[in-house]
Structure formats: C-alpha cells, structure tokens
Design a protein around this ligand. Structure first.
Ligand code: SDX
Length: 430
C-alpha cells in the first residue's frame, strides 16, 4: 500500500507537507527531494548523520540490536555456514544460489583471477616501501585502461563482467602489491584452489619450494572476507556511489572506494588498532590509554572502537573475536600478548562510564588485525585485505545504483559562510 503519511514543516508561517516513506526494516524517511523547489531552503547534515542517500535492498544494519543482514540473512549465520564466494553471489544477485549456479559462478570468478601481463609494469613504478593501498588505488584505477570491453555502464552484460573481474582480480592485485613491497616475485593465481586459499598462496608462496595452504588459515581468511563484504552506505561505498553517479567507469569508481577506505577512521582502523594494541603492550598500561581516549584535548581515540550505526556490539566483532580464539588456539599460539591486551582493553572499556554512555563497542576492526597477524600478514596488508573483501559490496551497490532508472548525479549543496559579493581591489589600494 502506497505511503500517504506526511511530515509537516512550517517555515515563517507557511506550512509544507513532506511525504514519509517506510522501509521494509529500519527508520522511516522524510522524502525531501522537492523541499528546495517548494520552500527555497536546504537541509544541512555534514557527515550524513541523519540522511538516507538512496534506496537499497542489499544490506541492512540495526545498530541498536547489533544486527547485520545481507539480503535478509544474518552475518553470523553466513560467517559460520556459508563461504565468501557464495556470499558474493548473494550480494550481487539477491538470492542464495543452488549448487549448479554456485559452481558456475565460482568457475567464472576463478577464471578471471589473472591480470593483463602488461599491468605488472605498474607495480615497478612504485617505491618498494609504498603502502600497498597506494599501489592498489593506482593499479585498480589503471584497470580501465585494459578492460575496455567492460566499461560501458549502459550495457548490463558489461556491468556484470566488470563486477566479476573486480571481485576476481582484487586478491591478485593485493597479493602482488604485497610481494612487490617485500621484494619477492609475483605468484600467479591457480584454478585448482579456492578463493581464500589462492590469496594466501599468492601472498606467501615462493618459487623455491611448494606451498601448501593450511586449511585452518584458509577458513579464517575466507571468514574475514565474508565479515567485511558489505555494510550499507559506509564512507567508501558512498564514495563509489558518488563517483558512479557521474557515469565514471567501474574500475575508476572502485579505485575511489579504495582511496576512501584507506583512512584510519574507516578501513585503515584495523592497521591502526593492532599498532595501538602493540603500543599499549601490556594490560597494566590500559588505564593510561583509556584516559587518553576520554581526554577531549587529546586527539587519541581507541582504534577499533565505536561506530556511526552500531550502538550495541558490532556482530562482526563477535564472530571475529571467536575466530581469533579459534585460529590462535589451532595454531598453538596461546597467551598471545596482543590478544590478551585486546580482551582486557575491551573488558575495561565496556565497564567505563564514558564508553557506556557514548555506546562505544568494539567494531569489525578490533579483533581482525590479531587474526591477520597470526596468519602472517604485516599490518600494512590489513586494509588492502579489507578492500579485497569490500569490493563485492562496492560492485553490488554500484550495480544496484546504475540499474536504478531514477539515477541522478550526486550534487550536494552547502551552507555558505563566506564573503558576500565585493569588487576587486587593485594591489596599490590594498
Ligand atoms: C569501519 O560506516 C561503516 O559501516 C564503517 C565500517 C564498514 O564496515 O564499512 O563498519 C568499517 O570504518 C569501522 C570503524 C573503524 N574506525 C575506528 O575504529 C576508528 C575509531 N572510531 C572512531 O573514529 C569513531 O567511532 C567512528 C569514526 C567509527 C564513528 O564516528 P562518529 O559516528 O562520527 O562518532 P563521533 O566521532 O561523533 O563520536 C561520538 C562520540 C564523540 O564524543 P563527543 O564529541 O560526543 O563528546 O564518541 C566519541 C567521540 O569523541 N568517540 C570515541 C571513539 N569513537 C567515538 N572516543 C574514544 N575512542 C573512540 N574510538
């Protein structure tokens, strides 16, 4: 049944009725698409704390319940029962695939994992000590120079091929960025092992000996990919959508998403969090850092804590915490000092009135670095791994947006606080 409810707005004695739209889950929205035309005023919401930017049916987060659904399926069930490529199919197409469809999808992704041989030259243009995210932004953006047959966004088949290429090639590019940074030769993907195992092999195999993927690490890697796959209209997804609204090609849009994810307030937090846990070093230094996090004059924040939407536990952090225990236990790494500090920091923070009152809980980045460190990655690879996983979310949201007949270029307005009109002053008169 169509919504007939309205919100009433009165400005200087004139009353306006604004339509209210109801979602299938979550808060109602007030549709302000005609507000400026009707009233001559803008809404103002830097940081988009109260603003819905689009219609989407891919992911839903209930921040109060600590619930995350992908096409209606809860993240904890997907993390424990599904696997990353099946979740990729679900995000891209909206339903869980049957066995034959899944096999065909996995075959397709597997056979797109190599990159054009000439792209290897791009890596050699970077310093060896370049952050792998810098390399990934550059190389992914350059994909538009090589895959011209999937840049016409008006062609649904080209959109699908571009999506498959991006999901398939990001692990290869991330692994090559890592190999380049440590001076080791690139390792080509293989078609006889799964997505997560392929990524581990491309990162850790060397030509001098056979590399056998540890199934424990491969399962942990796959679960980390699943937990990072998509997350509504977060900063990097919104960046991809805004870039795509101008009609830019998919590779350029995903490169923009990678650039945004790099920030320490967003995807860069996993690297910053592990570095923070190492700086804390032992539980007896935790009070010092808790006080710094609460000090308004200190820019320090507890990395891996807090979230714009979750005002309860981030469900991904719960699964990640269980996985950290499991992986370290299976690897025989007991009493990992960083994990001990993390668990004690979580306990102390969750009992502290400041964190309780501001509803600050561990987020997806709090425990992920501990697992990635146990698998053998340097902290500089943590955000690239986040980017590999989030690529499916970015391309799914991109596809949804481009297919929307109501698509318009994103062009926010502003609250202008600068000088009003004034005439130029000759230099001799200044
Ligand atoms: C991700 O959007 C997504 O979905 C992102 C993500 C995804 O999957 O895409 O979930 C991935 O980016 C997770 C978040 C990773 N970032 C960090 O862990 C960095 C540390 N966290 C903070 O920077 C912060 O919590 C944010 C950026 C995550 C959220 O910032 P908001 O929503 O803008 O909240 P805020 O900065 O307005 O904070 C509200 C209050 C403030 O105090 P007051 O000004 O009200 O007095 O809480 C305080 C903040 O100072 N606060 C913190 C804190 N986070 C918020 N204080 C200490 N430590 C923190 N971590």
């Amino acid at each position: 049944m169509a919504d007939t409810r309205t919100a009433t707005l009165t400005i200087d004695g004139t009353t306006y009725e604004l339509p209210i739209r109801s979602p299938t889950a979550g808060p109602d929205v007030i549709d302000i698409t005609k507000l400026y035309a009707q009233t001559g005023v803008f809404t103002h919401d830097p940081g988009f704390t109260s603003t819905s930017s689009c219609d989407s049916s891919i992911t839903f987060i209930d921040g109060d319940k600590g619930e995350l659904l992908h096409r209606g399926y809860p993240i904890d069930q997907l993390a424990m029962k599904s696997h990353f490529l099946e979740v990729c199919y679900l995000l891209l197409y909206g339903e869980l695939p049957d066995a034959a469809t899944l096999e065909e999808f996995e075959f397709t992704i597997t056979h797109h994992t190599m990159i054009h041989e000439q792209m290897h030259n791009f890596f050699r243009g970077f310093r060896r000590d370049a952050h792998p995210m810098a390399t990934m932004v550059g190389v992914v953006g350059a994909m538009s120079a090589f895959y011209h047959d999937s840049t016409d966004i008006t062609d649904p088949r080209q959109r699908e091929i571009a999506s498959h290429r991006l999901i398939a090639k990001l692990p290869t590019i991330a692994a090559m960025a890592y190999k380049y940074s440590i001076g080791q030769p690139f390792v080509y993907p293989r078609n006889d092992i799964d997505y997560a195992a392929n990524f581990l092999r491309m990162c850790f195999a060397v030509p001098a000996e056979e590399y056998k993927v540890d199934p424990i690490l491969s399962r942990a890697m796959d679960r980390i990919f699943t937990l990072h796959a998509d997350h509504e209209q977060n900063a990097s997804t919104s960046t991809v959508r805004l870039a795509a609204s101008s009609g830019a090609n998919p590779f350029a849009c995903i490169a923009a998403g990678i650039a945004c994810l790099w920030g320490p307030a967003h995807g860069g937090a996993n690297q910053a969090c592990l570095e923070m846990l190492r700086e804390i070093g032992s539980p007896n230094r935790i009070p010092e850092f808790i006080e710094r996090a609460k000090d308004k004059d200190d820019p320090f924040r507890l990395m891996g804590f807090g979230h714009r939407v979750y005002k309860n536990f981030d469900p991904r952090a719960k699964v990640m915490k269980e996985s950290a225990d499991e992986v370290l236990d299976l690897l025989g790494v007991d009493n990992n000092p960083t994990l001990q500090v993390a668990k004690e920091l979580e306990r102390v923070a969750l009992e502290d009135p400041y964190f309780v009152e501001k509803k600050l809980y561990p987020n997806v980045d709090f425990y992920s670095g501990i697992i990635l460190d146990a698998i053998g990655f340097p902290t500089s690879m943590f955000t690239p791994i986040f980017a590999v996983a989030r690529t499916v979310g970015w391309v799914s949201q991109w596809k949804e947006m481009i297919a929307d007949p109501a698509l318009k270029i994103g062009r926010p307005r502003q609250l202008y606080t600068g000088e009003t009109l004034r005439d130029y002053v000759e230099i001799e008169d200044r």
